[in-house]
Ligand binder design. Structure first.
Ligand SMILES: Nc1ncnc2c1ncn2[C@@H]1O[C@H](COP(=O)(O)OP(=O)(O)OP(=O)(O)O)[C@@H](O)[C@H]1O
Ligand SMILES: [Mg+2]
Length: 607
């Protein structure tokens, strides 16, 4: 057995820890239930040789009664074993699935952006199912048949050692055949699992991208791709079945040969009077007890191979080290002030850095805006502050402490994030808002929803905040999704709030409402706002222009507009029409009461 497979299996034994006593009990039951049919055959031999041939009717009666008793006992043992093993198997599957999901939630965004969603889903579904099949049904087959096989071989030698030796002539070809099958089918089943996961990945991608597929008339192309994945799956499956079709009949044939040899040699021994007829009869039956389990085991072998291959795939996920984790010696951040400093941060998703030595300082309670061309590194900066990634060089300091030394959960609890592509879960609008703080009361949720203007859009729905949202936020407009995710971030009562293009799809009047709410709710809290709209960043204490992963300009809104630089270029490119109105503001101080600021912005907006 290859080394990695043993690792996979030993990984499973971990889930048996709580069931040691049960497993030990089942092992005893297993041995007894395997011994039962062998004992029954020994009784048959005794009944024929000692009872019938010697016309000892008392012995015959005793043997028959014992025969019935042993078989009744075997039946009880077998039922107990099947039930026990199935429940042990299922608890292993339960533990594994739990661990797998738990591990997934710990993995960083880097992992999820590299791995296809369908591939990951296949690990938790079809792979775990393959294991589940083996563990619930297969485990019983494995245990019962292995033990029966061993017991039957022993029984054969107990009946007559010479016949036992004769039967062994088929052992070498059986071993060779089995080994061949093992090697071939292992590779085949690995491929089967690969094609299954390729298919799952393809389905998952198509389902989530169906609108685009249909919009660009790519249905046929996707169907063709799916067909080829499907074909590949059929081919590997057919090949695996071909292996079966060679192997199983061959094993059966070997069984027949062994029986024939035993009959022939045994028959001669009976004629020579060195063997009793009952022993021969029982031996032939006993051979059945050798070859039938052998067949069932080989049948199971496919399943086990499949499960082994599945376990290898599952191990790939379980062995993935979460790159964002609590460093040893990290301490909880009880209440952070919100002073954020990026100290010469360099970061690369792959090889090429996308941030080059970024220095940023946002004092506690400050509001920083990031603007700049697409792909400039704004979202990346925000994600680093959210510790979805760690910088490759430099450090992020929160209240002067390296972010890596803050206990992750305690930090994230004080963080509110609205990502560029907000995600909503299936449930009501209220559920989605409450996601940030499950213990929040209905009143809290309504308050925050009202403050950012969701209640205005919720009025459109009969059930208001109880309107049901489908997975990913389907059924809502992009702006509505953003509103809900802003409310969600605010409900978290964050010390640091990150808004990545959070209001880009929201109409300006509603955005002003949100800004007023933010001014009120975020007093004394730090915020980092990423936006393309000038109006949105106007209220920031400092604006940073990011281009190609570098900060190319920084300053206040009015200062930036006054000087000839990237910001002015950006401004005229982005909203040239607005520039005139914005230029009017230059003379006025940008900071001051935010409330009046927003109000002024509101009145000066033409939209
Ligand atoms: N998950 C990722 N894996 C690899 N590269 C990435 C990933 N996310 C972003 N990048 C790359 O990093 C660079 C910066 O991306 P980022 O998302 O930070 O830009 P941005 O300034 O937010 O742009 P936009 O204004 O379009 O949102 C881009 O070149 C992008 O291609
Ligand atoms: Mg972005």
């Amino acid at each position: 057995m290859p080394r990695h497979k043993r690792q996979g299996l030993s990984r499973l034994t971990r889930y048996l820890v709580g069931h040691r006593l049960r497993v030990a009990g089942l092992a005893v039951v297993g041995v007894l239930s395997a011994a039962a049919p062998v004992a029954a055959l020994l009784l048959v031999q005794d009944a024929i040789d000692e009872g019938m041939r010697k016309q000892d009717s008392a012995r015959l009666t005793r043997d028959v009664l014992l025969y019935l008793l042993v078989n009744a006992l075997a039946w009880v043992l077998q039922t107990t074993l099947v039930r026990g093993l199935a429940s042990v198997g299922q608890s292993v599957v339960l533990g594994l699935r739990e661990d797998l999901f738990d591990h997934l939630t710990k993995l960083s965004l880097r992992y999820f952006s590299q791995q296809k969603a369908g591939w990951i889903i296949a690990r938790l579904t079809s792979d775990v199912d393959a294991l589940s099949d083996v563990l619930s049904q297969g485990l019983t087959t494995l245990v019962v048949n292995t033990l029966t096989l061993l017991a039957a071989v022993c029984g054969l030698f107990i009946l007559d050692w010479r016949l036992g030796l004769v039967a062994l002539v088929v052992l070498p070809p059986t071993l060779i055949l089995t080994r061949w099958f093992q090697v071939k089918s292992h590779a085949a089943f690995l491929r089967v699992r690969e094609t299954i996961s390729a298919m799952t990945a393809q389905i998952a991608e198509s389902v989530s991208g169906m609108a685009v597929i249909q919009a660009f008339n790519r249905e046929r192309a996707f169907l063709a791709e799916f067909d080829s994945a499907n074909d590949a799956n059929r081919n590997t499956n057919t090949y695996a079945q071909l292996l079966n079709s060679v192997f199983f009949p061959a094993i059966e044939l070997l069984g027949l040969i062994a029986t024939a040899v035993v009959l022939w040699v045994g028959g001669r021994m009976v004629s020579d009077d060195t063997l009793q007829i009952g022993t021969l009869v029982s031996s032939v039956f006993m051979l059945n007890l050798v070859f039938q389990p052998l067949q069932e085991l080989s049948d199971l072998y496919g399943q086990v191979q499949s499960a082994g291959a599945a376990m290898e795939k599952i191990s790939l996920v379980l062995d993935e080290e979460p790159d964002i984790r609590n460093e040893p010696g990290s301490t909880p951040a009880d209440r952070i002030e919100g002073d954020v400093r990026l100290d010469h941060v360099t970061f690369a998703y792959g090889k090429e850095p996308v941030l080059h030595g970024i220095d940023i300082h946002v004092p506690a309670g400050g509001c920083l805006a990031l603007v700049g061309q697409s792909g400039g590194g704004k979202s990346t900066t925000a994600k680093l502050v959210g510790r979805f990634y760690d910088p490759d060089d430099g450090a992020i300091l929160i209240d002067g402490r390296d972010l890596r030394t803050l206990e992750l959960r305690s930090y994230r609890r004080q963080l509110g994030v609205v990502l560029q592509d907000p995600f909503l879960f299936a449930g009501t609008i209220a559920d989605n808002i409450r996601f940030a703080r499950p213990e929040a009361t209905d009143a809290d949720v309504e308050d925050v929803a009202h403050s950012v203007g969701i209640s205005r859009i919720a009025r459109r729905f009969d059930e208001g905040l109880l309107h049901t949202v489908r997975e990913g936020g389907a059924g809502l407009s992009a702006g509505e999704r953003q509103l809900i995710s802003i409310a969600r971030a605010l409900l978290a009562d964050p010390r640091i709030l990150i808004l990545d293009e959070a209001t880009s799809n929201i109409d300006r009047p509603t955005e002003i409402l949100i800004e007023q709410a933010l001014d009120r709710l975020l007093r004394g809290r730090t915020s980092i706002i990423i936006a393309h709209r000038l109006a949105t960043v106007r209220r920031a204490d400092e604006i940073l222009v990011m281009e190609h992963g570098r900060v190319t300009q920084r300053g206040r809104f009015a200062e930036l507009l006054a000087s000839d630089g990237p910001f002015r270029r950006l401004a005229s490119e982005l909203e040239g029409a607005q520039l005139q109105g914005a230029a009017d503001l230059q003379a006025e101080p940008v900071v001051g009461s935010r409330e009046s600021n927003s109000a002024r912005v509101a009145s000066s907006e033409p939209e």
